[in-house]
Structure formats: C-alpha cells, structure tokens
Design a protein around this ligand. Structure first.
Ligand code: C5P
Length: 227
C-alpha cells in the first residue's frame, strides 16, 4: 500500500489483545483474542504518519516497527496505561478484548485439589476502559474514540447501544457467527457504526441516529486502513 501522511501530527492510542486475570501463580482467566486487529490498526496508523502508542495484552505478535508498545497483563494494568496516555491521544481505538471480570482474590500459592471440594472463585468487575475514555474526552470535541463490539446475537442493536452508552464516535461491530470474522482470523467482516444526523439513518436507543456501513470480508490490515 502506498504510504500517505493522512495522520501526520496526530497521536493515536490503540489497545489490543486479550487480558489475563490471575487466579494463582499458574492460572488465569483470558479469552481467544490474538491481537491481530489491534496490531494491524497500530501499524496502519503508523504508516499514515501518526505517532502511535499500542497498549497490548499478552499476544504472540512482534512489536510493530516505529510504534511505542506498552505491554500489560491485566485489565487494570491496561486501564492504568490508557489512563496515562489518553490525554495526549487525538484518536483512541479500543480493539482489546478486555476481561470483564477478574477473580476477587489472587492466591499467593497454587490452589490445590481438596478431595473433590471445589474452591470457590468470586469474580469482581474490571474497569471499562472504553467507557472511561468516552466519558473523559476533551470537551472541545478534538478527540475521537472508536470502540469494537463482538457479538453472537442482535449485532446491530447491541452495537448501537454500545456506541451510545460508551460515548463512541465510531464503533466497529463484528458478528462471531460470520465465517472469516472475529478471533484469530487474518480477515474480518464488520459493520462500521457512526452517529449520524442524516434523516434516513436508523434511530438508536435514545432516538439518536446511527449510520451503519457494512464492509466486505477483508484482510485485517486493509480493514485497519478503512477504519
Ligand atoms: O461491552 P463490550 O465489552 O462488548 O465492549 C467492547 C468494547 O469495549 C471494545 O472496544 C473493548 O476494547 C472495550 N472494553 C474496554 N474495557 C472493558 C471492556 C470492554 O475497553 N473492560
């Protein structure tokens, strides 16, 4: 792809990958995210001339050249890193699959089998990083926040409500049931939602209008360029 400088002078913050929420020194809760979409976004933004900070959960990908990569493990660590970089960001794209819950207690020692009695594991909620960013945008509207939604049912309705609830300027929705979409694939098939004042747009939860643009099945790097 030809290089361009569409994002020159702008700072782009991207989150990518899963989080790991430790239970004890050898076990954690996580998900199937590989980080491919977020890394593609970081690479593409860098190629478009942006200064890029990539906050990445544990993935098996190489750090993109020319990108400032911050490695984190837990959702709380990802939140802290985003919190520290958000004020300088002109565009924030939250592509990470952040764990919604974490074990309330992290055992110092490996949890042992106890004669058929299962250890109780209490989960507590993690901070919602995207929602926090949506609430803390600069009041002058000079920051754009983009979220992702991965759904297995009611894709558009769930995505619309997410766009509104989390005060996003753009939401990239993918249906896990679509062939070639979602986790681990090199391709993705999404619908891009933006708030819209067009009278033909569909009305969302609070009567606000949403513009929905379905995209064809695409390589994640090409999709990154579109986003
Ligand atoms: O509500 P849901 O988890 O489906 O929202 C997905 C979007 O929110 C993604 O952009 C994801 O990166 C972001 N998110 C987040 N922090 C969380 C949960 C989700 O930033 N704790």
């Amino acid at each position: 792809q030809p290089a361009n400088d569409e994002l020159a002078g702008l700072h782009v913050l991207v989150t990518a990958g899963p989080t790991q929420e430790p239970l004890d020194p050898v076990r954690y809760l996580t998900n199937h995210s590989t980080g491919k979409m977020g890394y593609a976004l970081a690479q593409e933004a860098q190629a478009m001339g942006a200064e890029v900070t990539l906050v990445s959960g544990p993935v098996a990908l190489d750090e993109p050249d020319g990108v400032h990569t911050v490695h984190v493990q837990t959702a709380q660590e990802m939140f802290d890193a985003v919190h520290g970089h958000f004020a300088q960001a002109d565009i924030a794209i939250m592509a990470a699959a952040v764990g919604d819950f974490r074990p309330e207690h992290r055992s110092e020692q490996k949890i042992k089998k106890t004669g058929g009695v299962m250890p109780p594991i209490t989960l507590v909620q993690n901070p919602d990083i995207l929602a926090w960013a949506g609430e803390h945008k600069r009041p002058d509207g000079s920051q754009l926040v983009c979220g992702f939604a991965m759904e297995t049912q009611d894709l558009l309705a769930n995505a619309q409500s997410k766009l509104e609830r989390k005060h996003c300027d753009m939401l990239v929705a993918n249906d896990l049931n679509e062939p070639g979409a979602g986790f681990a694939h090199d391709t993705n098939r999404v619908v891009i939602l933006t708030p819209d004042t067009d009278k033909n747009a569909t009305a969302g939860e609070n009567g606000s209008k949403i513009h929905a643009e379905p995209q064809p099945l695409m390589d994640k790097r090409d999709l990154a360029a579109v986003i």
